[in-house]
Design a protein around this ligand. Structure first.
Ligand SMILES: Nc1ncnc2c1ncn2[C@@H]1O[C@H](COP(=O)(O)OP(=O)(O)OP(=O)(O)O)[C@@H](O)[C@H]1O
Length: 671
């Protein structure tokens, strides 16, 4: 296992086949009547075969043994008729069965896919994508084997076995009884193998998911692989998973083969018993050769369904391993759902956003991501949320869009709690421009139009013009009809970002949440999107989460967040004049040192008390023991008088020789 694999949580439940069957049976609603028709066809086909075998015995005794052509015609015509009817019925039954099984697979796949799409972001961080893919493909098919094919197969095998057994009894009850004494051997053999087959099937499925994951992750990271020549490491990673799959699949074949061969031996014992008893009966004149041949033919037909029934038991047991993996996913509840009582605000909201005393901890995390956060933004205002990495900025956007609900406090849109809006409606009112540019594997036109499905070509083009995207789009080989994909080399990061802005312009939501709109762009590209961003923000409530303070002078308010709390609030100039955390962030950005561990320490020198700092007029330096370089103004810095031997002076972040202490400013390194 590679380092980091333990991040993925697998807690697959172990469940019996019966429970798994009951869980998925409701999905056959609407298909059941067709399954009934399939069974009827199966019964008719089995009846036709039974009749054909009896006619074969008749032909042997009356036409072949006597050598009479006259005795041939009547049973021959009857046999042909029965064969044609049997063929038609079998064709209809099998086609219908295929239709029903495929519909079931489609339905189940849609259901699981739909469910997975509602799961919270942290679910996808804990499950490898390749493993999810394998669950959506092969595990879904395994359930089909268990619920539909298994049921139809079991019913048809059972009917066939009953008919052939009845016909065998009718022909010679004593012979039939002798062979049926041996029938439980089939069942015992299947029972002996079922546990091991389920275990090995589970191992195979997990390995299958792991292989898909490694391939998917490796290809997704191809630049890293090639640039750092990680081919050997990646090959080893794949090799480990492939080995697990290899072992499971060889063991599975061995078990199945051992079972098959054991059953063949049991069958041979049965056939020899019949021939032995038959020879004795013919020698005493109590049986004809035709009867013995017909009886042997019945046995030939009887064994496959009996064998099939036992085999089916094994297949269903193996498929249960797939069911367990799907149930594990289906049992994960979405972190947010539509409200039972739906708020119906009259028309489009104005876009007043209020975050009221919100606290939030990610599921499974050991510390709060946000603590007692409060702020509000009015229509037309731009509020920038900034702060060091890991401060909780993106978490704010996740709560606004309701990817999660806060543990305490409330997020409100036009005074209505966001949890009272239907999710689809809420996300129509709040548009998110996430950190990574999301691209559909489709044309440029479709990528913009997904902001507002059904938008006219003219509206799409207008949005592209407003986003400064039109000019480069028309220069693409097929203009708006050029296909792009997430890894597209055709478009630069800045161009993709402008497409995302066009999409947001077209969506025309009253509230915009921009999460690091310039991340990953170079200075030129970042500057290139400032104008389109301004056009997008005009007249809307905008909350911009960013490290990039270029747009800060435009903001009506800046919130500086650290460790889940707002530590400073104010306008750009006010905060600069205040000389606190924001001023240091701003200076550090200008020094192009943003976001390094060294900088992180002196920016926020001590844990602040959980209050925001309304900034109006900067305090005189003397009052705060100011040292003239701005650091003395930090209300969170330890006052000089309070320093004891366990603390040390706050180092100057711009002093290249200042010591770097990874444990923070309150500890001496090494003590
Ligand atoms: N899915 C998650 N599960 C557990 N903890 C998480 C999860 N996502 C984020 N966190 C934690 O929550 C805290 C806030 O994260 P967040 O992504 O909001 O920070 P940020 O300020 O946006 O950082 P950055 O500027 O680097 O994007 C961090 O300590 C982070 O480790």
């Amino acid at each position: 296992m590679e380092e980091g694999d333990e991040e993925y949580e697998y807690d697959t439940p172990t469940i019996p086949a019966r429970v798994a069957f009951r869980r998925f049976w409701p999905l056959t609603r609407g298909l059941r009547k067709w399954l009934l028709v399939v069974w009827v066809c199966t019964i008719l086909a089995a009846l036709a075969e039974t009749e054909a075998i009896l006619l074969f015995g008749d032909l042997t005794d009356n036409a072949l043994r006597e050598g009479s052509l006259a005795a041939f015609w009547a049973p021959a015509v009857k046999w042909l008729g029965v064969a044609v009817v049997g063929a038609i019925v079998a064709y209809a039954g099998n086609s219908l069965a295929a239709w029903a099984t495929e519909r079931f697979v489609m339905r189940l796949r849609e259901r699981v896919f739909d469910h997975v799409q509602q799961l919270p972001p942290h679910f996808f961080q804990r499950h490898r994508q390749g493993d999810l893919l394998s669950r959506l493909t092969s595990d879904v098919e395994a359930i089909e084997t268990m619920v539909v094919s298994g049921l139809v197969g079991a019913a048809s095998a059972a009917f066939s076995a009953i008919f052939y057994a009845a016909a065998a009894f009718w022909l010679r009850w004593d012979l039939a009884a002798a062979t049926f004494v041996l029938a439980p051997l089939f069942w015992l053999a299947a029972r002996r193998f079922s546990g091991s087959i389920k275990d090995v099937s589970r191992e195979g499925r997990v390995a299958d998911g792991a292989i898909t994951s490694v391939v998917e992750e490796s290809l997704g990271n191809i630049v890293l692989t090639q640039a750092y020549d990680r081919r050997d490491a990646e090959r080893r990673r794949l090799g480990e998973e492939a080995n697990a799959w290899f072992r499971a699949s060889v063991r599975s074949t061995r078990l199945n083969e051992a079972y098959e061969q054991l059953v063949t031996v049991i069958e041979t014992v049965c056939v020899l018993a019949v021939i032995g008893i038959g020879a004795w009966e013919i020698s005493t004149g109590r049986m004809t050769l035709g009867q013995l041949l017909a009886f042997a033919a019945f046995l030939g037909y009887l064994y496959p369904p009996v064998r099939g029934l036992a085999q089916l038991g094994l297949t269903i047991t193996a498929a249960t391993a797939g069911a367990e993996r799907l149930i594990e996913i289906l049992d994960v509840r979405p972190s947010v759902t539509d409200p039972r009582r739906v708020a119906d605000p009259p028309g489009r909201p104005d876009g007043t956003v209020e975050v009221r005393d919100v606290s939030f901890r990610y599921p499974g995390a050991d510390r709060q991501a946000l603590e007692g956060l409060s702020f509000s933004v009015h229509p037309g205002e731009l509020v920038i949320i900034t702060g060091p990495s890991g401060a909780g900025k993106s978490t704010v956007s996740k709560l606004l869009l309701r990817f999660y609900d806060p543990d305490a406090g409330e997020v409100l849109l036009d005074g209505v709690p966001v949890r009272d809006f239907p999710l689809a409606r809420l996300r129509e009112y709040l548009t998110l421009l996430p950190q990574e540019t999301l691209v559909l594997h489709d044309t440029v036109r479709a990528n913009i139009a997904c902001g507002r499905p059904g938008a006219s070509d003219q509206a799409i083009e207008e949005a592209a013009r407003a986003a400064d995207a039109h000019d480069f789009v028309v220069r693409l080989p097929e203009g708006y009809d050029t296909k792009i994909d997430p890894g597209s080399a055709r478009l630069s990061g800045g161009q993709l970002q402008r497409l995302a802005i066009a999409r947001a312009i077209l969506r025309d939501a009253p509230v915009l949440v921009l999460d690091e709109p310039t991340t990953g762009l170079d200075a030129m590209a970042a500057r290139r999107i400032v104008k389109p961003l301004r056009r997008l923000m005009a007249g809307r409530t905008t909350i911009m989460i960013t490290h990039d303070l270029n747009l800060a002078p435009d903001a009506d308010r800046i919130l500086v967040v650290d460790q889940g709390r707002i530590v400073e609030t104010g306008r750009h100039e006010e905060l600069l004049a205040w000389g606190g955390a924001y001023a240091r962030l701003h200076r550090s950005q200008n020094n192009a040192l943003m976001d390094t561990g060294e900088l992180r320490l002196p920016l926020f020198v001590e844990q602040p008390v959980p209050v925001s700092v309304p900034v109006s007029v900067p305090m005189p330096a003397a009052e705060y023991g100011g040292d003239g370089n701005g650091y003395g103004h930090d209300p969170y810095a330890a006052p000089a008088a309070a320093q004891d031997p366990w603390t040390r002076p706050v180092p100057d972040p711009y002093d290249p020789y200042a010591p770097y202490d990874p444990y923070g400013p309150r500890h001496w390194p090494g003590i």
